[in-house]
Design a protein around this ligand. Structure first.
Ligand SMILES: [Mg+2]
Length: 414
């Protein structure tokens, strides 16, 4: 029997896989949301400024490199310090950061972050670079300033942009591989599940921006049923095509994903082809996840208002930071949709933990790419993956305890 998305989401399997979704408002089927409603959600202040009784003037912001990670260190005139870790793209985006983003923030009051994030877009016509190359750089400065503000307020980032409502975040392990055969891929996923205790995984389908071509002939068609057969019914399965398909092929692959009760189908069509993505969402019963490359609040709004997406999936780094992403999440909440972040590498999963800690509807599982054993040691208590969930850092700001480990041999990049 063919079921529509409403029935899927109110069925036992749908409820189990997407707990947290407001079941009175069927996902992707809420109609009549006005642009004005969504705009009102976006316009609400995000940063809680009541923790700060006097100005927090930004004295310096520097990009550092320690031989492995790029760091952004900010200082206030009162001596507060914030440190954030970038994603690896800083290795080639640093001229934008150093020349077009950092200078704008110097001398400003960090309590005004909400408005500064728009003003930096106007500064030196930065809006002409609009896209993730610009917004990554803005995000790294924002992370660093939120860390600084959190240290002054003695509050974790989650308390600066909301209320911390959970301290354990269930994750799915995301495989990034397409060089595996379907059999090899399923074995690797099985091994990850056995080693970590996670209850959820994601694999790649299609060939990545590949105009319907598969990574290798027949891989996707074999992988989908094989994964369910080998991993069993208790594992939540997610699939990501990375913009591989046109709508007919995406719908064909989506039907196979429906057959195995996939939690969501991510980026079925070219990521900036909003209409094609909506066509697929309209045809399928499973939710479409979308938004990792998106940086436009208006395009997020269009997709949310038009039911083109059912799991809203911005990336904190690509989308310009916590505050801009909170605005997207608020629009999603108006439509009854979960916000399940895409993550950048490195400490991107920790940024996700903070955001998920204070976001009412995160869906069920957040993305994770297996490096907590290494980087979790930077925190006290250390971050660890246990029973399929990672603990949220409890310290102020971004919560890194052993900051000197990061700063060892760090040199300024100009
Ligand atoms: Mg993806």
């Amino acid at each position: 029997m063919k079921i529509n998305r409403r029935h899927f989401l109110t069925s036992a399997i749908g409820v189990g896989l997407l707990s947290g979704v407001n079941r009175c408002q069927p996902i992707g089927e809420k109609v009549g949301i006005s642009v004005e409603e969504l705009d009102r959600a976006v316009a609400q202040p995000v940063l809680k400024t009541n923790y700060f009784s006097s100005p927090v003037n930004i004295e310096s912001i520097e990009l550092l490199y320690n031989g492995r990670d790029y760091l952004v260190r900010s200082r206030s005139t009162d001596g507060a310090v914030g440190i954030a870790v970038t994603n690896t793209r800083a290795g080639y985006l640093y001229p934008i950061l150093n020349q077009l983003v950092i200078p704008f923030f110097l001398g400003k009051d960090a309590r005004n972050l909400d408005s500064l994030l728009f003003e930096v877009y106007r500064y030196r016509s930065n809006y002409k670079l609009s896209g993730l190359a610009l917004w990554c750089c803005v995000a790294w400065v924002e992370f660093s300033l939120l860390d600084l503000l959190g240290k002054i307020a003695k509050k974790p980032v989650g308390e600066l942009i909301g209320n911390v409502i959970r301290r354990e975040i269930p994750v799915y392990i995301a495989s990034g591989r397409r060089d595996t055969t379907s059999e090899e891929e399923v074995e690797l996923l099985k091994k990850s599940i056995e080693e970590t205790g996670v209850k959820a995984v994601k694999f790649k389908v299609g060939g990545r921006m590949s105009n319907n071509a598969d990574a290798m002939p027949g891989r996707t068609e074999k992988l989908i049923p094989l994964a369910r057969k080998v991993l069993g019914d208790d594992i939540a399965i997610h699939a990501d095509s990375n913009s591989s398909y046109d709508p007919p092929k995406a719908i064909e692959v989506g039907r196979m994903l429906e057959d195995i009760n996939t939690v969501f189908f991510e980026e079925p069509c070219l990521f900036d082809h909003l209409e094609d993505t909506k066509k697929v969402a309209d045809a399928l019963t499973i939710p479409i996840a979308w938004g990792e490359q998106e940086t436009s609040i208006r395009r997020f709004r269009w997709m949310i208002q038009n039911n083109g997406v059912q799991v809203v999936q911005p990336d904190l780094h690509y989308n310009g930071g916590f505050i801009r992403t909170r605005r997207i999440e608020r629009m999603a909440a108006v439509a009854g949709l979960p916000t399940t972040l895409h993550i950048s590498g490195g400490l991107g999963y920790v940024d996700m933990l903070h955001f998920a800690s204070c976001t009412p509807d995160i869906g069920k599982y957040q993305e994770y790419k297996e490096n907590v054993t290494e980087t979790g040691k930077l925190y006290e208590p250390p971050l660890r993956l246990k029973d399929g969930a990672i603990n949220v850092p409890s310290g102020p700001g971004l919560g890194i305890t052993h900051i000197n480990e990061l700063l060892r041999n760090a040199k300024k990049i100009v």
